[in-house]
Design a protein. Structure first.
Length: 245
């Protein structure tokens, strides 16, 4: 099974009337949007039986204990999801408020540093959109430093493989974001309520904006393809001596 809307629908159908800890585990994997895209994880842990989809948490635990081609944060997310699925934290006997508090606490904090909570289901606001947009820009800056010279942000070819996968996933999603931003400006200009500090027609400005963003979307699509090709090119690399024999 490939990672499609059918997989998401199937997993959510499975967890709809399931225990809260199982729903939390599946939603974490869907939100993270990494492990369910990996063929090796799906083949080892996702069971499809006559159209029904479920995850074997025992298989997922074995997979988590053995997998190495992933970043520490990706492994941490998988470990947390499997632990939730196994009900290691006994969320099944706790109230919903306590369960949510534990899950959010584990996800939002690393040490003393709070992380911005990313919520695809909102609530959304202009302020939150700006915050997440700034976070995206800052994430790229951090990665630039993490991969600079002798900085220990990359150690093995698998680290670069994982990074490239995250990058092409990001650029792939940019196409939708760019298109929706262009559509927003075009729709607002069409209402006749926009002015321009340079005295230009708002409709014409929106047209230029849409043309520029259409090209940007095409370039993002090309970038996605190149990043995917780059990732595939290094998929067989390893450090000699570690995988020999």
């Amino acid at each position: 099974m490939t990672f499609t809307d059918d997989l998401t629908i199937g997993l959510r159908r499975w967890t709809k009337d399931h225990d809260p800890h199982v729903r939390a585990a599946v939603e974490l994997l869907l939100w993270h949007d990494f492990w369910l895209r990996r063929n090796d994880f799906r083949e080892a842990c996702v069971i499809v039986d006559h159209g029904d989809v479920r995850i074997s948490w025992s298989s997922a635990r074995g997979f988590c204990d053995q997998v190495s081609r992933a970043s520490p944060s990706e492994l941490a997310i998988l470990d947390l999801a499997v632990a939730l699925g196994e009900d290691r934290y006994r969320l099944g006997i706790m109230g919903s408020a306590h369960s949510r508090a534990i899950a959010v606490g584990r996800l939002r904090y690393r040490g003393d540093h709070a992380m911005t909570e990313l919520r695809t289901d909102g609530p959304h606001s202009p302020e939150y959109t700006r915050e997440v947009g700034n976070l995206l820009a800052e994430a790229v800056r951090v990665l630039n430093y993490a991969t600079l010279g002798d900085c220990p942000g990359l150690e093995y070819p698998g680290d670069a493989y994982t990074l490239l996968g995250a990058l092409y996933t990001a650029t792939e999603r940019l196409e939708q974001l760019i298109g929706q931003t262009a559509a927003f400006i075009t729709a607002q200009a069409a209402t006749g309520t926009l002015g321009d500090t340079q005295g230009r027609s708002a409709v014409q400005v929106a047209g230029v904006n849409a043309a520029c963003l259409a090209l940007a979307s095409q370039l993002a699509g090309g970038l996605t393809g190149r990043l995917q090709a780059a990732q595939n090119a290094i998929s067989g690399l390893y450090v000699k001596g570690e995988n020999d024999g």
